[in-house]
Ligand binder design. Sequence first.
Ligand code: ADP
Ligand code: MG
Length: 696
Amino acid sequence: MRPEILFPLFAPVDTLKGVGPRTLPLVQKLAGPLVRDVLFTGPTGVITRRRTNAVGAIEGEVGVFDVVVDRMIPPGRPGAPLKVRASDETGFVHLIWFGGSPQHIDRQLPRGERRLVSGKVERYNNEVQIVHPDWIVPLDKGEEIPAVEPVYPATQGITSRQVRKIALGALAVAPDLAEWQDPAWLSKQRWPGWRAAIEVLHAPSAEADLEADAPARQRLAYDELLAHQLALARRRRARKITSAPAIRPGSVSEGLLAALPFTLTGAQAQAVVEIRADLASGEQMGRLLQGDVGSGKTAVAAVAMADAASSGFQSALMAPTEILARQHFQRLGPMLDAAGAPALLLTGRDTPGERREKLAALASGAVRVAIGTHALFQDAVRFDRLALAVIDEQHRFGVNERARLQAKGDPRVGGVHLLTMSATPIPRTLELTQYGELEVSRLTEKPPGRTPVATAVLPLARIGEVAQRLKAAVESGAQAYWICPLVAESEAVDLAAAEERAIDLRRLLQTDVGLAHGQMPGAEREAVMADFADGRLPVLVATTVVEVGVDVPNATIMVIEHADRFGLAQLHQLRGRVGRGAKSSACILLYGGEDGALGETARVRLKTLRRTEDGFEIAEEDFRLRGGGDPLGLRQSGFPAYRFADPVRHRALLLAAADDARLVLGRDPDLASERGSAVQVLEALFDWKTDRSALD
Ligand code: ADP
Ligand code: MG
């Protein structure tokens, strides 16, 4: 329920003065449907004006000129500009309009009259000209021209100045709200109160007031982040009160652990402890298992599935590709079977007969573990007692797809526990905004026996040398990936390049070279990958289809062509395909075209890869690189649409808000205290529950 004090802010925008039938759709598009949305739409810049004259005016600045109107020069031909020549004691000032009404301009600038004129200074033949002056007033109205003027987002049909008037109208109805921030924190930060911060938002005195680190901005950003984190923390609580079967380890778990060809690393064991605590609690688990490539997430998931089987329940492991699902099934299936939990593989490639049999085995409960692809959440799939859903490479699935699998539980037994696994380590900030409602386990340690991957960065021009070295390595039994980029805009060209590369290498290396890409029929691609995995093919040329999860320990060389076209996280993933066995591995990043040029961002990316193999560190760096002026990239990487907060620049505030949200709800779950009710107003103000959220 929305607190009454917020009603004026949640009124439709057309209750504001200046919003009429014509402007309504424009305002809605610029800001949103509510008064609050206009209130939250701040200026994007500031115009600073200076009194100047024809001689002293500086190109690019916004100047105010005291001029006498000389004469109007109407457009000589259609499409030409209309000009007014004016002058001060130091020289001419030409005023220019494209498509202006001569009558209107004549009325504003009568011949022989003195006027104050403001606008952006351009110089043409060393004379000042102003295209579309922004102010023209008689001398006695000079104070109407603001020395500092905020610039609002505008669009065809509505000017910045109109938007500003409407925003000030919204400010006038904005109530004073009780402080929801912790007083000690607030005074430590030296932030203004909410109402004062909103006022500053609409009254910047310089560009600096609009910067992310200006106190009022920080305050508003923190409010927004806290509201979001509170919403996520609440959802986490809501999930926890959903009951789910209590699962405990048992004979199947013991059997599986004994069958694993290794002992768990400390990080894996810790993750198992955390998962087991969730599974045994009787509350529904929602946990994200984050771990670098090769950190051993599968084994952790397998233990959880064995636990479920030990307690008499079924579990499902869903992977984004057929290749991955098959790989999981080949590795885990026999061990689970032997431990007493029969498993099956369900993909889109089963024949109707096989499928019918498998569905029957799942529905009857004869099979305890289902491993598969998207085929798993189809309507026809029914479980007997599904209690645990594991999603591998979870970012490759839509929220609905995960939910559909989770919905296959038996309501009489309770909710289905969820374990999601992330392909790539992600920065803490992204973790908190995108997965704030999940608990997180991190695998920060890799299984023993890995050798670091020697990474070299070379210009593409040296591809010949690389091929020669590859030839020697292949002759002594090594296996290699050769990655060609695939850019959506030029897919056909890129595919042709990959095909050509395979032919080149075949000729040069005098050996079999396989080719795998996403456009091939699935069966054909998998046959090639299987040949490579089994060591029958020494070299595999591929587009990024090998990026996700593929595990061929014998492959020790990774060549990436046009490495500068890949993102940092993607390069890290690709490199993670090698260095998986005891033999030493190498990754060669070839950059640039024929000219060998390399952009600054690409240079930093490649340097980072040479410096470290720590996925979490790489993720933070990738994030920082993409964060710089690329809001689209952030949006794509799963950030909610914040109005004030910038997850890169307000990183520290985000971390603080996450702690704060847990603290507030931990102390006062029903928000019954005085601060609690202020916090409720904050939540309602930003309305994350119904508005825009990352994970539903
Ligand atoms: P990812 O986290 O990328 O999914 P995987 O689960 O595929 O990683 O594991 C990568 C490789 O490491 C596999 O070959 C797996 O058998 C091996 N592995 C996993 N855990 C251990 C361990 N504790 N000790 C040794 N090898 C391990
Ligand atoms: Mg994996």
